[in-house]
Design a protein around this ligand. Structure first.
Ligand code: BGP
Length: 477
């Protein structure tokens, strides 16, 4: 059997503007969502949509303000990606670099020029950019003025942003993603889409409204991208990871299926162009009315995605037994039962390489569209040895097992996979905790949780390992 990945397989890494760029007030940039998400114990409540403070407050430390200062280090960082042989670099654009408040008539030229330089640097090394239009990011001004995605007018601002960047970068970027982990709206509503609940507002209703507007915006963006860039490919992006029933009791199987549907709902719409029946029934049952407009159905149909991008860190487990505790920390903000068969990372995320093969197969069975693993990696604490090296064998082992499983899905199960961009090739600020010490990189960045450090970059042991993996197209792991 052919045990090889195709030669055009897009190996690489993924980052997000809000977690790596820093320079939060340079180049005409406005205040973005992540600039007000605090570090420390207030982060998770805020991330979940509670206790939201929409102004900068000196009591909090905002790690994203400097982050790893990719804004000033991008040439050095991309050169290191190139040294590893990257074929693809997934990154996102900071909305507020381009439209500082979101509702200006004209974009900020300095912001556009910055990304021109970043793309040029990638293309110089023949690294294909894969660009997420919106990765946990939006202008704070739009939250204050309209209540963010609860308001339908967000669609127009988002599309204006899309039109600007599609036209500007049409000769440099072929691969696009409309929203990062769109289903995270259910789990981290503030971080994901700026959802702030007003007094007595029904949370479910508010979330569905945001979802509907994001789905219409996504579909419009796909259509627009195809008009402006006929050869481009546009994907959706799911926080992936299959749901297992905790036992084979039919009630557990049903519960796991229902929870999984809640996860798939978004990409069911983005890839099939219509609301699935189960979601329509849920809305009916909860008495939720969405602001459907005359041509919404047509828009969804015309804007289906070309590929399914997804992140995979862990699998999940669900039960119908209310006596069993569900633990949100065990699975990237998702509520899950601890799976007794799996080990977990230092942050409790359950490690399940075979689960990646299962998820790849589930997704392909469900959608029959090309897939793209756009995030996968291990958050861990690294130590620097006396001789200055970083021996991160745990990270190598995590990635090795997941890549093996990915190759099995491709060569043995026939799943069409466009590429694999690990999260993240370089240490950056953690989205859920705001820590620097939760490191994912194969490149170390000297910066600690209190924001101190030289920002010097260093190759970890995993850097050389991943370089070899790419060089041999996954044959040497
Ligand atoms: C995904 C997000 C990323 C990234 C990653 C790791 O959910 O798309 O932005 O942060 O998870 O999560 P964390 O940084 O919380 O460890």
């Amino acid at each position: 059997m052919n045990k090889k990945l195709t030669s055009g397989f897009l190996w690489g890494g993924a980052t997000a503007a809000n977690q790596c760029e820093g320079a939060w007030q340079e180049g005409g940039k406005g205040i973005g969502l992540i600039d007000i998400v605090p570090y420390g114990p207030d982060r998770m409540p805020v991330a979940k949509g509670k206790k939201v403070m929409l102004d900068i407050d000196d009591k909090h430390q905002y790690p994203s303000h400097e982050a790893i200062d990719f804004f000033h280090h991008f040439k050095e960082d991309i050169a290191m990606f190139a040294e590893m042989g990257f074929k693809c670099y997934r990154m996102s654009l900071s909305w507020t670099r381009i439209f500082p408040n979101g509702d200006e008539d004209l974009p900020n030229e300095q912001g556009l020029a910055f990304y021109d330089q970043v793309f040029d640097e990638c293309l110089k090394y023949e690294i294909e950019p894969l660009v997420t239009v919106c990765h946990f990011d939006l202008p704070v001004h739009l939250i204050k003025k309209f209540g963010a995605w609860k308001n339908r007018s967000m669609i127009d601002y988002y599309i204006k942003f899309c039109k600007t960047i599609f036209k500007r970068y049409k000769n440099k970027v072929k691969y696009w993603i409309t929203f990062n982990e769109i289903n995270m709206l259910n789990h981290l509503p503030f971080t994901s889409c700026g959802l702030v609940l007003e007094n007595n507002e029904d949370e479910k209703h508010a979330k569905y409204l945001c979802a509907h507007h994001e789905l219409i915006a996504s579909a419009k963006a796909v259509k627009l991208a195809h008009e402006i860039m006929p050869d481009c490919m546009v994907g959706c992006m799911l926080a992936g990871g299959s749901f297992y029933p905790y036992t084979c009791a039919p009630a557990d199987v049903w519960q796991a299926k229902q929870t999984e549907r809640g996860n798939y709902f978004f990409i069911d719409v983005q890839s099939r162009g219509e609301y699935p029946n189960y979601a329509l029934k849920w809305l009916e049952k909860d008495g939720i009315e969405l602001d459907w407009q005359a041509n919404d159905k047509e828009i969804l149909k015309e804007g289906t995605v070309d590929f399914i991008g997804f992140s995979y860190y862990c699998s999940r487990c669900d039960t119908a037994d209310s006596e069993i505790t569900l633990n949100r920390m065990a699975a990237n903000a998702f509520r899950t039962v601890r799976n007794p068969y799996l080990k977990a990372s230092e942050w409790g995320w359950q490690i399940d390489p075979l689960g990646l093969r299962i998820t790849l197969n589930d997704l392909y069975d469900r959608y029959q569209k090309p897939l793209f693993i756009v995030e996968n990696g291990l958050g861990a604490k690294d130590t620097i040895t006396k001789d200055g090296s970083i021996e991160d064998d745990y990270r190598i082992s995590y990635m090795k097992e997941h890549i093996k499983s990915m190759i099995d899905a491709v060569v043995e199960d026939g799943v069409p996979l466009m590429g694999y961009t690990m999260w993240s090739p370089i240490d950056l600020v953690s989205a859920s905790t705001g820590e620097m010490s939760k490191r994912y990189g194969v490149i170390y960045v000297d910066k600690d949780d209190s924001g101190k450090g030289t920002l010097i970059r260093k190759r970890k042991k995993s850097f050389y390992w991943y370089k070899k993996v790419i060089e041999t197209n996954g044959e040497v792991l």
